[in-house]
Design a protein around this ligand. Sequence first.
Ligand code: BGC
Length: 752
Amino acid sequence: MLKKTLFICLMMVSQALLAQHVKPVYLDDTKDMEERIEDALKRMTLAEKIGVIHAQSKFSSAGVKRLGMPDFWTDDGPHGVRPDVLWDKWEQAGQSNDSCVAFPALTCLAATWNGDMSEYYGHALGEEALYRGKDMILGPGVNIYRTPLGGRNFEYMGEDPYLASRMVVSYIHEMQCLGVASCVKHYCLNNEEEYRHQVNVKVSDRALREIYLPAFESAVTEAGVWGVMGAYNLYNDEHNCHNSITLNKILKQEWGFRGVVVSDWGGAHNLDQAVRNGLDMEFGTWTNGLTEGASNAYDMYYLSKQYQKAILEGKYTEKELNDKVRRVLRLFFRTTMNRKKPYGFLCSDEHYQVARAIAEEGIVLLKNEKVKELNNETVLPIDPVGKKILVVGENAIKMMTVGGGSSSLKAQHEISPLQGLQNRLKDCNCQIEFARGYVGDVTGNYNGVTTGQNLKDERKPETLIAEAVEKAKTADYVIIFGGLNKSNHQDCEGHDRKSMELPYAQDNLITALAAVNKKTIYVNISGNAVCMPWRKQVPAIVQGWFLGSEAGTALASVLVGDVNPSGKLPFTWYENLKQVGAHSFGEEAFPGIWRDGKKEIIDEEYKEGIYVGYRWTDKQKLKPAFAFGHGLSYTTFKISNLRAENTVTTDGEMTFKVDVTNTGKVAGGEVVQLYISDLKCSVDRPVKELKAFQKVFLKPGETQTITLDTDKRALSFWDEATNDWKAEPGDFMAQVGDAADNLSCKLKFILR
Ligand code: BGC
């Protein structure tokens, strides 16, 4: 009862706090702005025009001083505002006012399946950016989770194009309401880190349109994003920072994008393509991430002096240049020149509240069995009073906001899982012990920001396991915090994971602890799925993501039951790589094959086509460890009575209704998911595809009727014959439930 009341109170406090957002008027484009753009363009000299389309420092580009236009400042993104580096060096600037709130990684945001959380995220991060004087946040990232080895999956929103599309829109919209541009990245097909500068992706048009582009398309056509970052890799033998198909044809012509295309740092390679193929602002040339870089190379950029010279020599007219400059000026009027822009805040209580609320809603309860030792009750939530709780594992104490590449932050604070539990349980008359269990990566710095933690422990793995096992024998609960970290070859930019197994021999530790304590809980910290060969021996498993500043607080809330978990997996949790489409066709499909034996271009063919994630496991009839959309709760829900007013549609628009009842004893949240199957079609189609969802919070015994809408696009496939979306008349099936593998409500309907 106490827990239930506490949960409801916390929800109310958090909703009240979040509701305090004063939403400014959406800074929409106006006719007036277009006139001002034309006016400014006329007044600019050639040198001034050239000046605004390339970087002048590591993260800024020039304004037009003579016309009163300030410099333009970008910064990473996407989980908080990155600390400042020096003007022309990757070294820290050493500011004392650039510590920030670290928000949960975007995998966690996607796992909330709650658009409101995206709104709070975009708004809070936008406010932090404003205070720090940043005009553009280099995020969010929406590349599709193609393989669990993907080093940057943690920065993205999972495997499903529809889920990612829904979650990206409000993030961008709310940030841009504040006059801060989002720069959605990395457009497109950047699904591998290892050879990100050399990979040339070969993919069918269908897979491109149905799987890899929809989230970008929604960012552009629905959210009206102001910036798009071209990816490092190649598609159709052209780099994505200047690609005639993806940028000119699809982004600008088809989707009508009016913002700027920003190159990923060092992603431009060629003057002619940079001029003609859609690039508008060039950043980071002469750098290769953080490792290489010529000093003050800005005049040597493609879109700098050499472009100016080529124009003066008559090789180009100013046509392409003016298009780029118009876009940049539009960006200026939306951001730096925006007179309605508020001031923003850094590290406000509200921002911490947002970080915590998202973390709490994104945590996924993967497994929670009843055990004999607890009178046939589930292991979670723990009942701590008077108990001995053993916390094990490096990830219980390791700071995770430093590392991982460009998303690394200098967080004002980060509560570790151990600290979170200690804080929450300090008045519970319980004993918390810690055992290291394993040693992973004890270094704690990225690009000059250090955690200040000393994690050194030179004991041997056997000794660490033996110590944990001894302590576990007498513990009431064992909570292991393991998983990955932000070091190279784990959840980190620049490389992919080498295998799907847990590193640092954690499997041995977990198996040994589960053998001596039947109330063992494993909390996995990562942005990727990991193999869990011991899955059946551990009664409770929680997916804890990279949760940012409030990580420990949020995890403790869920483990103790102050918060009822309601997160759902945004990707399929495969048993192993054999279940992954991308790994089923040899090296040609991942990681690719070097062309002509030279180490210049590596061709990678997405042979699994549209069958990514659950689309693949469905087709192959494979049972993953945990399905896409899966996530348990401390209560139970019943989803029933799927209905539609009309089961015949001529335009694809359908409105489904379904009842959801909280049939358990505590309040909680459920995500109702609608998947559509095309029962007969002239082309091969996935068994089912997510096309609508809604999250609801219900008190015990409460029922709500949920409405789920679809439109023609939800029934369509990309028709390679006509190069357009096509919905073929015939029978369809709607399936509704709480996970891709648990869809108990079905309803047939017809498209005429
Ligand atoms: C990353 C981008 C990032 C940029 C600036 C690149 O290496 O791929 O995501 O925004 O650096 O830090």
